[in-house]
Design a protein around this ligand. Structure first.
Ligand code: SAH
Length: 480
């Protein structure tokens, strides 16, 4: 006989004490941490545990006794299911306050190093419709939120959906009615494509059986009105052109209409050829360089190139990094994890030379092309994994940097990269991070030779728990 499982506990009258660093609010019961999605600090609730781990529980709210004063009513009808904007139920001021706390907590609990100045977080002027890129997924078995099996035998007839993955689920797609993240005509395009496909019998993908024609749609916009749409089909068929032609005619504002044939099992298109159907094979984004308002920097963005997804806030993030660096004009700067070289081109006119390093080959090509387009001649790019590329020989060859700007992905820097930075002994390090926890871990290592002077959080992703932070580190006197 199998052992009977003990039911998971229900905790009553629990006060939510923090907004948490990965989008789940936090409570404490008998010294055990309980993560509660979609709760708000200040709520008093009953929670049912659904996951039990050695050091924490995950639980969902089953009854609310008191509502937090930070609560507002979420704009979006998909809130609660969609993984996109988990903090919509918090007022924007509260979101900023909790993001700032996340950065401070990481510095105090993980980095454990003193700092001189913690600047108040820079919030976004636009708290909705700020993203320049969204990817939606087609599914012939959308997640049925409204399906009541007792009423309707077999469920609704049409189960085609186009939207986002439910958090952490590769095969569950939430059909999206209106998304508040990207400006129009993003919603209109998505809805029109879905309608056309259903009316014309074009099949939606089935991720378990690898069947169906339509897989994804990617929509990219730029601040000057460029609009790129990429449709991902599973195979070449005579229906593809019909859909593309219809889309081009229905939305003349599309400046770049592209498509991909993806017969692979995974969704990535980075290793596939993106073909042009109509318009330009890129969009152009602009950024205002420091001290200039007349001549914006221009960046060509191809279908698979990385560009910061909130361009308005990216501008503020780069300005913060630039101010922290405090250039005099004769510096050699390393821009590590340079992507398409946006930070490099932002600072290039104010320094002697910039060396950028990046491991996506396409991005390096974009970076070089962007420098040509902007007539910037004092930047060189190198391609490769920083953990391998950045060594003593590299520094000997290119010169000891005066300032290192580093902007790693969420995982932070590889320890080897941190070691090499310590070896290089640049006078300053400007560390731009999208993950305060890994940044704090790296700052603790850098503390061997560097003092943390300032921190400047920036909110790039309103309605989510994500936060960026710029830190300024200075080589200690005795080292110099
Ligand atoms: N600074 C850029 C890009 C930041 S995103 C900007 O502001 O737009 C981080 C970048 O690091 C990505 O372009 C990613 O391709 C690159 N990257 C990630 N791991 C890397 C590694 N090990 N070596 C070099 N580059 C890496």
């Amino acid at each position: 006989m199998g052992r009977r499982k003990r039911p998971l506990p229900l905790f009553e009258n629990v006060e939510i004490i923090d907004a948490g660093s990965d989008g789940k609010a936090v409570a404490r019961v008998d010294d055990r941490v309980v993560f509660v999605p979609f709760a708000a600090p200040g709520d008093v609730v009953d929670v049912q545990v659904y996951k039990k781990r050695r050091s924490y529980f995950e639980a969902k709210v089953v009854k609310t006794h008191k509502k937090s004063e930070y609560r507002v009513s979420p704009e979006c009808s998909h809130f609660g299911l969609c993984g996109g904007c988990k903090w919509q139920h918090l007022s924007y001021e509260a979101q900023l306050q909790f993001k700032q706390k996340q950065v401070k907590d990481a510095l105090e609990r993980i980095a454990k190093v003193p700092y001189d100045e913690f600047l108040p977080i820079i919030g976004g002027e636009h708290q909705y419709y700020y993203r320049n890129k969204l990817e939606f997924t087609f599914s012939n078995r959308r997640w049925l939120t409204d399906y009541d099996p007792s009423k309707e035998e077999g469920g609704p007839e049409d189960t085609n959906g186009l939207g986002f993955h439910l958090p952490g689920m590769f095969d569950k797609i939430l059909d999206i009615d209106h998304c508040y993240l990207q400006r129009d005509p993003s919603n209109a395009i998505r809805l029109v494509v879905k309608k056309y496909a259903i009316e014309n019998g074009i099949s939606f993908y089935n991720v378990r059986k690898w069947e169906g024609l339509l897989r994804n749609i990617i929509i990219r916009t730029s601040r000057n009105g460029n609009l790129m749409v990429i449709i991902v089909f599973r195979e070449e068929t005579e229906k593809n052109e019909g859909l593309l032609a219809f889309l081009a005619e229905r939305f003349p504002e599309i400046t770049s209409l592209m498509y991909v044939i993806n017969g692979k099992k995974n969704d990535t298109i980075n290793d596939l050829e993106v073909k042009l159907f109509q318009g330009d094979p890129f969009i152009v984004e602009e950024m205002i360089p420091p001290g200039e308002s007349e001549n914006p920097l221009k960046f060509k963005i191809g279908p698979t190139s990385f560009y910061q997804t909130n361009p308005e806030q990216a501008q503020k993030l780069y300005e913060a990094a630039y101010d922290f660096a405090g250039f005099k004009g004769d510096e050699l700067v390393y821009d590590l994890y340079t992507g398409a070289g946006t930070i490099a081109s932002f600072v290039a006119p104010s320094v002697k030379k910039v060396i950028g390093v990046e491991y996506v080959e396409e991005a390096v090509k974009d970076a070089q092309e962007n420098m040509r387009m902007n007539d910037i001649a004092n930047v060189e790019f190198y391609w490769g994994d920083l953990a391998k590329v950045l060594d003593e020989e590299f520094v000997r060859q290119h010169g000891r940097p005066d300032v290192i700007i580093t902007d790693p992905p969420r995982a932070g820097m590889h320890e080897k990269v941190v070691r090499q930075i310590l070896q290089a002994e640049s006078e300053k390090i400007v560390y731009v991070s999208c993950n305060p926890a890994t940044q704090a871990r790296d700052i603790a290592l850098l503390h061997e030779k560097y003092d943390l002077l300032k921190a400047q959080p920036v909110d790039m992703f309103p309605q989510t728990h994500h936060v960026e932070n710029v830190a300024l580190l200075k080589l200690r006197k005795e080292q110099a």
